[in-house]
Write a new protein. Structure first.
Length: 101
């Protein structure tokens, strides 16, 4: 599957990037090359490869996972008691992503 200029524009939009026509032409072959390489990797037989350390192991083998046990939880009023701002039963937070249209 070949990458097109339309695909580059779509990826740039997802990343909130404004690219010039020159940048689109520059990135098109680079992104297409990456996609072709990923397609090559997907064809490899990895059935005999042991999982590596970053793979999450089931159960207690992974010490970073806690047991799923019931515990006390806060009511909505308790959770919002110290909120600097609240509204409609929710925490109000400042907008962190602004997008110019």
């Amino acid at each position: 599957m070949a990458f097109t200029e339309k695909d580059v524009r779509y990826v740039a939009e997802l990343a909130h990037l404004e690219l010039t026509e020159d940048e689109i032409k520059k990135f098109l072959p680079q992104l297409d090359s990456i996609l072709q390489y990923v397609e090559k990797l997907n064809k490899l037989d990895t059935s005999e490869i042991e999982p590596m350390a970053q793979v999450t192991y089931p159960g207690s083998e992974n010490a970073s996972m806690r047991a799923d046990v019931p515990c006390r939880y806060f009511s909505q009023d308790e959770a919002l008691a110290n909120a600097p701002e609240q509204g409609a039963g929710c925490f109000k937070v400042p907008s962190v992503i602004e997008r110019e249209e």
